[in-house]
Structures are given as structure tokens and as C-alpha cells.
Design a protein around this ligand. Structure first.
Ligand code: ADP
Ligand code: MG
Length: 246
């Protein structure tokens, strides 16, 4: 297994109002393997979004380094809200990064078709976002993030706005896409069960000053289906994480 990202001694201090400083991240060290599925869990304000934004180059660390084994251009980002353009169709939204990057060769468009199919969006290409359910809109945003074939997918509470049933289905869908595309995924969630179900490893962060508390290997067989949630092993992982999170 080769390393995709090395996060070394990353600190982030925000200058807040009246010279007040907020230590959002403290000495974050983490090696992320290629094709690994990592979840990050922790209370609000512990720096999860900050870490993803730094990885996406939308923010810079105050100190420390991020070493990329692949090009930093190759990142896809999925936010909590699907952030689709309302005046564009499903297809146009999904294709938008390819237009911007001038990557409209047959190969890229064929890959886009394959992703739409994988995400269960075939037949909805001409629909507009307002005609879709929340889960479908979020699937479009996942396809959009994968459209230019990034090596790494960063997902910041992507299913946070969905109801519990849709959320479970999205998890299964995401695992299928991940198995097919072999992406490296960093996935922020508030749901312990979701983190256990999806991940190879779960990173538990503690509140300010934003530290990694514990890293838990999820040694459940793959491919995983919903039945795994009823196993004693699964329940034990959930219990353990609940303890660590206090
Ligand atoms: P999480 O995603 O885990 O809820 P964040 O990464 O959004 O946490 O925030 C971590 C901490 O940094 C919080 O205390 C937050 O208030 C602070 N913070 C985040 N962004 C900024 C900013 N641009 N300026 C000042 N403080 C910020
Ligand atoms: Mg956040």
C-alpha cells in the first residue's frame, strides 16, 4: 500500500477579532494511503473543516506540511449542501468542472456517463436540481467532484442534510462508487455508525485545540452491506468510538 498524502505537524491558528487567536489544529500527523477510506469525527469546532480546507488548498497551515504523492490539482470536494447551479441540468452541472478545465474529450465524457450510471442518475440527465430529491442532488455533486478523475475525494459532512434512510442509502452508493473508482476518500461526519460502516480507519478529533485523539482501524470485511451493522463486531466499534468521543 503506498502513501497518497502525508500530513506532518500541521498547526492552524486563526486570527479572530480583537487580536484573539483560535488554535484550530494542533500537531496533526497523518499518513493517508492510496485508495483508503478515512472518516474524521469529532465535536463541532474541532477543526475538521479546517483540515479539509487546508488539504484542498483553500487555506494554508500556520506551520507544518502537506506532502502529496499525486498532483494537488487532483482533488474533488463535496460539501454539505450540493451547491448545484439551479439553471443548469444534472448533466450540465456534473460536466461543469470538465468545461472549466477544458477536458471535454470523448474519454472524459464517456467517464462522466459511467459515473452518472454508477450514481444511479441515468435517465435524469436533463432534469434540473429543483426536480430532484436531496439525496439525488448530493449524488450529482459527488459525480461532479469525480468528473475530472481526481485521486482524492474530500467530503465535508456530505450527507448531513439528509434524512436517516436516504443517508444510509447514500453510504451504500458511496461505497459502490469508491470500490469502482479506487479513490482515496477523507470523509467528515457526525455519525459514528456511518464512520464505522464506511471506513478503513476512523480519526477521532478532540475539541479545541483540534487534536487527533485516537485512530481506530475498522477491521470489518469488505464488501460491506447493511447486514454488517447487526454484527457484534460492528456494535463493538460503535461502542468504542462512543467511549472515545466521551
Ligand atoms: P469543524 O468543522 O470541526 O466544526 P472548523 O474547522 O470549522 O470546525 O473550525 C475550527 C475552529 O476554528 C472553530 O473554533 C472555528 O470557530 C474556528 N474558525 C474556523 N474558520 C475560521 C476563520 N476563518 N476565522 C476565525 N476562526 C475560524
Ligand atoms: Mg465543519
Amino acid at each position: 500500500m503506498s502513501t497518497a498524502i502525508r500530513i506532518e505537524e500541521v498547526n492552524k491558528i486563526y486570527k479572530a477579532s480583537r487580536g484573539r487567536e483560535v488554535q484550530a489544529l494542533t500537531n496533526i500527523n497523518l499518513n493517508v494511503d492510496e485508495s483508503e477510506f478515512i472518516s474524521i469525527i469529532g465535536p463541532s469546532g474541532c477543526g475538521k473543516s479546517t483540515l479539509l480546507r487546508i488539504l484542498a488548498n483553500l487555506d494554508t497551515p500556520s506551520s507544518g506540511h502537506i506532502h502529496w504523492e499525486s498532483s494537488a490539482d487532483h482533488i474533488g470536494f463535496v460539501f454539505q449542501d450540493a451547491t448545484l447551479l439551479p439553471w443548469k441540468t444534472v448533466y450540465e452541472n456534473a460536466k461543469f468542472p470538465l468545461e472549466v478545465k477544458k477536458m471535454t474529450s470523448k474519454e472524459h465524457l464517456d467517464n462522466l456517463d459511467k459515473l452518472l450510471e454508477l450514481a444511479g442518475l441515468k435517465g435524469f440527465e436533463k432534469a434540473y436540481p429543483r426536480e430532484l430529491s436531496g439525496g439525488m442532488r448530493q449524488r450529482v455533486s459527488i459525480v461532479r467532484a469525480l468528473s475530472y478523475n481526481p485521486d482524492v475525494l474530500l467530503m465535508d459532512e456530505p450527507f448531513g442534510a439528509l434524512d436517516a434512510l436516504t443517508r444510509d442509502k447514500m453510504g451504500i452508493e458511496l461505497l459502490r462508487i469508491w470500490t469502482e473508482t479506487k479513490k482515496t476518500i477523507l470523509f467528515v461526519t457526525h455519525s459514528i455508525a456511518e464512520a464505522v460502516f464506511l471506513s478503513d480507519r476512523v480519526i477521532v478529533m478532540s475539541p479545541r485545540p483540534g487534536k487527533i485523539d485516537e485512530i481506530i482501524d475498522i477491521d470489518l470485511p469488505r464488501p460491506r452491506s447493511v447486514e454488517v451493522k447487526e454484527t457484534i463486531e460492528f456494535v463493538n466499534y460503535v461502542k468504542k468510538l462512543r467511549e472515545v468521543l466521551g
